[in-house]
Design a binder for this molecule. Structure first.
Ligand code: XIL
Length: 315
């Protein structure tokens, strides 16, 4: 059977995976599958703030650079992930006693340095990640508290100045269907684009759970972003299952993966479908969601699961 990346190419999209940089370096079967099955990659952790700038003005790009070279060697594009987030921040940022002006400068310097470092090598940047609550209000994080909501447009302007050709995304979870949160993202994107802020994409993470119904209005939701003239992407698809998994749950998982992929395939400006890790051997799910797992499309021995077949059939 043809690898996913060949099928995706015929379907006119990229298929990506989040990459665990340690596994990529150390484990041959892991490395082989990243190269053979996927046409884009996202760093699972190594472009995040705590890795990239562990101390103010001290930058560490070792593993991220390795991933960028790997991608180039394998004909893959890179999604940069992520510049502004409340999570995985170093303590010098979270506990630093900065005034608003100082923190704005810290954010400016981080974005500018990181985006310049990778200039010309990143296809799509997740500039701002998880800025909203489920009710559509802004997340009350360090950025909102100290800088107010204008940190979002500032971040996009600074990223654009540093690499004018990168496609700049806002990214979030629980925005697959039409709901209060996806509507808040929609309203913000509409407003910022009207004001000329360089924001060109909306990333829909796609972390689903077989315990809850899959969002069957995803294509409807994505269509309204088409009308705003922005790209869209499924950026972090995985479907976790309460363990032990039974057949009903495995089938629900296959359908949920298909629902996400079909949302993208039905959307004119949807450019890529990325899974958040491809093997159950390395998944953020078991440690984050107690009692859940088996969320990926390959098992722990790199064998394709039925979810893999379900995706191939849809492509
Ligand atoms: C997760 C990684 O997979 C973990 O390894 C890490 O410990 C925490 O972050 N939404 C995102 C991703 O945007 O960056 C998160 O990745 C998963 C949720």
């Amino acid at each position: 059977p043809a690898p996913l990346r060949a099928l995706a190419q015929k379907a006119g999209i990229r298929i990506g995976t989040a990459v665990n940089s340690d596994a990529l370096a150390d484990e041959a079967p892991y490395e082989a599958k990243v190269g053979s099955e996927f046409s884009s990659v996202s760093p699972e952790n190594v472009m995040k703030w705590d890795t990239v700038e562990p101390a103010r003005g001290t930058y560490n790009y070792t593993q991220a650079d390795a991933l960028v070279s790997y991608a180039k060697a394998h004909g893959q594009l890179v999604r940069g992930h992520t510049l502004v987030w409340y999570n995985q921040l170093p303590s010098w940022v979270t506990s630093g006693d900065f005034t608003a002006d100082q923190l704005r400068q810290v954010l400016h310097d981080h974005i500018t340095s990181e985006v310049k470092h990778f200039k010309g090598k990143i296809w799509q940047w997740d500039v701002v990640n998880e800025a909203f609550n489920d009710d559509g209000s802004y997340r009350d994080d360090i950025w909102l508290q100290k800088l107010g909501p204008s940190y979002i447009e500032d971040a996009f302007r600074w990223a654009h100045q540093a690499d004018p050709k990168a496609v700049l995304f806002i990214n979030d979870y629980n925005i697959e269907g039409v709901n209060a949160k996806s509507t808040a993202v929609y309203d913000l994107v509409a407003k910022l684009r009207k004001e000329g802020v360089p924001l060109q994409g909306v990333g829909i993470q796609g972390h689903l759970d077989t315990q809850y119904p899959a969002p069957h209005d995803i294509a409807t939701n994505m269509a309204r972003f088409d009308k705003l003239g922005v790209q869209t992407a499924i950026t972090e698809a995985d479907v976790r299952i309460p363990l032990p998994a039974d057949n009903t749950e495995v089938e629900a998982q296959n359908e949920a993966y298909q629902t996400l992929l079909e949302g993208c395939l039905l959307t004119r400006n949807c450019t890529d479908f990325t899974v958040w890790g491809f093997t159950d051997k390395y998944s953020w799910v078991p440690s984050t969601f107690k009692g859940e797992g088996q969320a990926n499309i390959f098992d722990e021995n790199y064998q394709p699961k039925t979810a893999y077949t379900a995706l191939s059939q849809d492509l």
